[in-house]
Design a protein around this ligand. Sequence first.
Ligand SMILES: [Zn+2]
Length: 278
Amino acid sequence: MRLQDRLQQNKKEGKALLATNFYNFETLSAVLIAAKNTGSDIILQVSESSIKYMGLGVAKALARSAAHQYGVKAWLHLDHGQDVTLVKKCIDAGYDSVMIDASEKPFEENVKITSQIVQYAKGSATNVEAELGYISKLGQDQKMIYTQPNEAHAFVQDTGVNALAIAVGSAHGFYKETPQLQIDLVQEINTVTSAALVLHGSSGIPDDQLQEAIKNGITKINLATEIKNVFMTSLQKEFLRSDDIDLRKVFPKATLQATSLIEDKLRTINFLKTVNFS
Ligand SMILES: [Zn+2]
């Protein structure tokens, strides 16, 4: 099933898929083991910098063969594509999904750039995600410019985009204070747009808020920062504890920690875990 079809199905059923970034074999296997252990389908994401690091073809081959090896249904997605040329290359290479992120540009320009990618993807099976509103990026000031329902409606109609990342109170990176997702806004945007809604910056959002957001129209939840943090923190501890140079013995300890984090997130997103709604 194409990702855009699955996301539309999620929109109807009030369900969501987890989309996690991977950076190397270790983080990739952490994601896939977690998906397998919880019986979840998953979206594997690479950012532009991860493509620069691994190479576009290696990232794709790694994701595809690892998903096959672990027996997990997975879609491959380019996260936050800002370079139009690279986004087109991913479409040409058969990525299941791409994000064109022109959210920092004025509305009209965002429409223009996004439309260009939607047109380019026509005739391919690739899902196209865009962003509207302002979700602060890592290291940026965590100010909020919420996505407006009327703008979301116009944006989706003008571009024909499949999926839309919206700004409803989340941010990339760690939060300075507990975030408060605007659930009413999620619901309102979901009602006025045909696109499948995406939530970025889920690291640190309380479980009850994530579940409420899914019930009200979020179909894809992105997770990146927490994975990097758990993996690297665990590795740093391991280096202090041991001077073993066999990386095949050292890395799996960090992989295990990342797996446990992702499993926990999947249990929340798949409603396998009951949380108290306050
Ligand atoms: Zn993001």
